[in-house]
Design a binder for this molecule. Structure first.
Ligand SMILES: [Zn+2]
Length: 431
């Protein structure tokens, strides 16, 4: 299995992910995406949006503000219940979540190795909402960076129903940043204080049969989506939440977990939120046919964009005898094609390669490299997961064809320059 250290090193070396504020020593729980990482993450979000919104008649999109009226969080129960139990080591005062026994045992062991025995303080509830102060005059308004993007959907429920043609069952989808004042961020980007979510709130009639049907449907759909983009089915599993670990709003919850180097870990949650949120915000729905008024139930699919990005990287990474390859699905790969002139000091080759580069950039992201020998350029593209490399050589000037080299097989074939953009668009499923 790929180690987390290998991925962290690749991410920094090749411009996927850097520690946040790196030159000032970083800041715990925050990460910056570099030139490759921003493309990978954007591709992932675009694929999600295409599947969850664009290709469905029963889902619409939304983009709500990060800072909301603080009353939202009181109504939703987050100011009270959105908390983790915190304990402190009485020897070194480090803080840990008491619901993470593995981390407690690990810390106890580090002291035990020095002949010390840890005792812990009583668990204290620690609220995860990040406070912000708004306005210039005192007293300033205390608001919060949203702890989940979901509430933006619920508070706009009536607006969406009134302004679009949605009818039950229907969903509202959103992608956006959320913030949690995590006590123990860790495992690279897996648990961060700033992160991005991709969520669907799917509203159904308040009946167990309807809720169960849609819950099962969305569990399967979401798993299929990860598999369709390259996660092996054997590296995914569903885990049902125990009664004592369910969030305050959830009637039933399953995680889709990934077989990561730090153990099976949550990719995405499927939650039956019942009428918790809409009733807290005093919102109802009127059936246009029967005029019956009721509070719909909600089935939620809640995925982490940063977690998914990390897991797709882990899944794609492979070490071969002479190279490291990121076998990313072409739809996720930051660069779809790289274009090289065989040598940099032959203007005819460079000009021809530039024309091809410019043509292809009309359709997708294309890398350009003219440094060093071709073999090294191939290896560099393999490490960022570029599925195809195009080389313009002397034969190109005679027969107007180029060499296309495949990342996974390393096989090469000649393709006519006039057919090149159609060739790649077909491979990418655009045409
Ligand atoms: Zn300690």
């Amino acid at each position: 299995m790929t180690s987390l250290d290998e991925i962290v090193a690749l991410c920094k070396r090749r411009g996927f992910i850097y520690p946040g504020s790196d030159i000032y020593g970083g800041i715990t729980g925050f990460w910056d995406y570099g030139p490759m990482g921003v493309e990978l993450k954007r591709n992932l979000k675009n694929e999600w949006w295409r599947t969850m919104v664009q290709s469905r008649r029963d889902v619409v999109g939304l983009d709500a503000a990060i800072i909301m009226n603080p009353d939202v969080w009181t109504a939703s129960g987050h100011t009270k219940a959105f908390a983790d139990p915190l304990v402190e080591c009485k020897i070194c005062n480090q803080r840990f979540r008491s619901d993470k026994p593995q981390e407690l045992r690990a810390h106890e062991e580090t002291h035990a190795n020095k002949g010390e025995k840890v005792s812990w303080t009583e668990p204290k509830q620690f609220n995860l909402l990040t406070e912000v102060l708004l306005g210039v005059t005192e007293p300033k308004l205390t608001a919060y960076l949203r702890g989940e993007i979901t509430q933006g959907v619920f508070v706009n429920f009536a607006n969406v129903v009134a302004s679009s043609r949605v009818k039950l069952p229907f969903g509202i989808a959103q992608i956006g940043k959320a913030f949690r004042n995590e006590i123990t961020p860790g495992n690279f980007t897996f648990r961060s204080r700033e992160f991005e979510q991709m969520e669907l709130e799917f509203f159904v009639k308040p009946s167990d049969a309807e809720a169960d049907k849609w819950f099962d449907y969305w569990m399967e759909e979401r798993k299929k989506w990860y598999v369709s983009l390259g996660i092996k089915a054997e590296n995914l599993k569903f885990r049902k939440h125990e009664d004592n670990e369910r969030a305050h709003y959830a009637r039933k919850a399953f995680d889709i977990e990934y077989n990561s180097p730090f153990g099976w870990s949550e990719f995405e949650g499927i939650h039956h939120r019942g009428d918790w949120d809409l009733s807290r915000h005093k919102l109802t729905y009127k059936d246009p046919q029967t005029n019956e008024e009721f509070t719909p139930w909600v089935i939620e699919t809640s995925g982490g964009v940063d977690r998914a990005t990390l897991f797709f990287l882990l899944e794609a990474y492979r070490k071969e005898e002479k190279r490291i390859v990121l076998g990313l699905h072409p739809k996720l790969a930051p660069m779809k094609v790289a274009v090289f002139p065989l040598v940099a000091n032959k203007p005819e080759l460079v000009d021809k390669a530039k024309t091809i580069y410019e043509e292809l950039t009309k359709y997708f992201m294309v890398a350009w490299d003219e440094r060093g020998n071709i073999g090294k350029r191939y290896l560099a593209q393999d490490e960022i997961g570029t599925p195809w490399c195009v080389t313009v050589d002397y034969a190109t000037l005679e027969d107007d064809s180029v060499t296309v080299r495949d990342r996974d097989t390393t096989k090469q074939e000649r393709v006519k320059v006039t057919e090149l953009s159609g060739y790649f668009q077909k491979l990418l499923g655009i045409l």
